[in-house]
Design a protein around this ligand. Structure first.
Ligand SMILES: Nc1nc2c(ncn2[C@@H]2O[C@H](COP(=O)(O)OP(=O)(O)OP(=O)(O)O)[C@@H](O)[C@H]2O)c(=O)[nH]1
Ligand SMILES: [Mg+2]
Length: 372
C-alpha cells in the first residue's frame, strides 16, 4: 500500500514539469538475469508496466528522469529483434551472467557486435556483472579481460561502467543499491553524451568505470582529482552522480594508490585514456621488490599479508592509450593475487605499500547470500 501511494505521488510530483525522457534497452544473453533485473527495478522504483502490446516496456521514475526500459529477450529469436531498438536507445544495459564461464565467448561476440553497430557505437553502456552471489562468479576485472572490454570501448568510443551485482529477489534491499547507482550513472551519461556530440573538435577518449559504491573512512581518494574523459564541461561533471566520475589511471598511480576490492563490491574507478610516458613506472619491478606489506589498524578482521607477484608493475610501453590499458592488465595481477590470498574473502582490508608510489588495496565484505 505504501509503495502504491509513493508511486502515485512520484508520478504526480513532476518537479517543474521537467522530467527528462530517456530510453534504455536491456540486453544480454538469455538467462543472464535481464527480466529479474527489471522486476527488481519495478520493486525499487516507481514504475509503470507496459500494456499487453508492449510487455517488454517498463517506465520508471528515477530522480528527474522518466526512463523507458525495454527488456529484450536474449535467445536466438529474440536477438533478431534487437536491432529494431538500437536507434531509439540512448543508453544500454548489458546484463552478464558472471558465473557462466562457458558462455563468456558468446557474450563477447554479442557485445562486440552490439557496440560495433553504428546505431549503438558511442552510446553509454552499463555492464552489469550479475549473479555475483554465485561462488564461481568472475570478478569485474576478469570480465573486462575476458570480453576485451577496454579495447572494445576505446574503439567504439562508448563510455562504459562495470557494476557487479546480484539481482535475485531474496537479497536484501540495500544489496540492490548497485543497480540503482548504475542506472543513475547511465542516465547522467546519456545526457552528457548528447551534449558532448555538440562539442566540435573535442578529443574523444573513452573510459571504463568500475563501481566504487562504498568508500571506507580513510579512503584517500579526493573527489577533485576525478574527471571524466569524455569532454564534459566542469559544470556538467558536477551533476554526474559521485560514482559516475572517472579517474585517469595515471594520476591515480601517481598520487593516490589504486583501491580495489576483490569480489562483489568493487571500490575503484578509473579511466583508461591517459597514456603513460616512456619510462614511467618502468621501475615498477624494483619498486615492488621493495614493497612492504602492512595491515590497516582499522581492519575489522586481520587477514594474512598477501604476497604480490613481481610482475605487478611490469614496465609498460608508452605512446598510446593502450599503454594505460596494459597498465590495468598489470594491476589485474593484483586482483588475482588478492583473490588467491587466504582470508581475503572475509571482512577486512589490507594495504600494500611501496616506497613510491603507493598502491593500496581495500577489501570489504563480499555479499555472500544464498549463492546457488
Ligand atoms: N543466483 C542468481 N540467479 C539469478 C540472478 N539473476 C537472475 N537469476 C536467475 O537466472 C535465471 C534467468 O533469469 P531471467 O531474468 O529470466 O533471464 P533473462 O536474461 O531475462 O533471460 P531471457 O529472457 O531468456 O533472455 C532465473 O532462474 C533467475 O532466477 C542472480 O543475481 N543470482
Ligand atoms: Mg527475460
Amino acid at each position: 500500500m505504501f509503495r502504491l501511494l509513493s508511486s502515485c505521488w512520484a508520478w504526480l510530483k513532476t518537479p517543474g514539469e521537467t522530467r527528462r525522457n530517456v530510453t534504455v534497452i536491456i540486453i544480454g544473453l538469455d538467462n543472464s538475469g535481464k527480466t529479474v533485473l527489471v522486476q527488481a527495478f519495478q520493486r525499487l522504483l516507481p514504475s509503470r508496466i507496459g500494456s499487453c502490446l508492449k510487455s517488454e516496456l517498463t517506465t520508471l521514475l528515477l530522480d528527474e528522469y522518466e526512463v523507458s526500459i525495454y527488456d529484450l529477450s536474449g535467445d536466438m529469436k529474440g536477438r533478431e529483434a534487437w536491432p529494431n531498438y538500437y536507434a531509439r536507445a540512448q543508453g544500454l544495459v548489458f546484463v552478464l551472467d558472471s558465473s557462466d564461464l562457458g558462455r563468456m565467448q558468446e557474450a563477447k561476440t554479442i557485445l562486440t557486435r552490439l557496440l560495433s553497430d553504428k546505431r549503438v557505437a558511442g552510446k553509454p553502456i552499463l555492464l552489469l556483472a550479475n549473479k555475483q552471489d554465485k561462488k564461481d562468479a568472475l570478478l569485474p576485472c576478469d570480465i573486462i579481460k575476458n570480453l576485451l572490454l577496454e579495447r572494445l570501448v576505446n574503439e567504439t568510443k562508448s563510455l562504459c561502467r562495470v557494476e557487479p551485482c546480484s539481482v535475485i529477489k531474496n537479497l536484501q534491499r540495500k544489496s540492490h543499491q548497485p543497480i540503482i547507482e548504475g542506472l543513475r550513472w547511465l542516465l547522467a551519461a546519456t545526457g552528457d553524451k548528447n551534449e558532448e556530440r555538440c562539442i566540435p573538435h573535442q578529443p574523444h577518449t573513452s573510459s571504463i568505470l568500475i563501481s566504487k559504491s562504498t568508500r571506507r573512512s580513510g579512503d584517500r581518494c579526493s573527489s577533485e582529482s576525478f574527471s571524466t574523459r569524455v569532454g564534459l564541461s566542469k559544470e556538467k561533471r558536477q551533476h554526474l552522480p559521485h560514482s559516475a566520475e572517472a579517474r585517469p589511471l595515471k594520476p591515480i598511480l601517481q598520487k593516490e594508490g589504486f583501491r580495489l576490492r576483490p569480489k562483489k563490491n568493487i571500490s575503484v574507478t578509473f579511466a583508461l585514456d591517459e597514456p603513460m610516458e616512456k619510462g614511467e613506472y618502468s621501475g615498477g619491478k624494483r619498486t615492488m621488490n621493495a614493497t612492504k606489506h602492512h595491515f590497516s589498524p582499522s581492519d575489522d578482521l586481520k587477514t594474512p599479508s598477501p604476497s604480490l607477484s613481481d610482475d605487478l608493475f611490469e614496465a609498460t610501453p608508452a605512446s598510446s592509450s593502450n599503454t594505460a590499458v596494459s597498465s590495468f592488465a598489470s594491476s589485474h595481477n593484483l586482483w588475482q593475487t588478492g583473490k588467491g590470498v587466504p582470508g581475503t574473502q572475509g571482512r577486512g582490508s589490507w594495504k600494500v605499500t611501496a616506497e613510491e608510489p603507493m598502491i593500496s588495496v581495500a577489501f570489504n565484505s563480499p555479499q555472500k547470500n544464498g549463492g546457488k
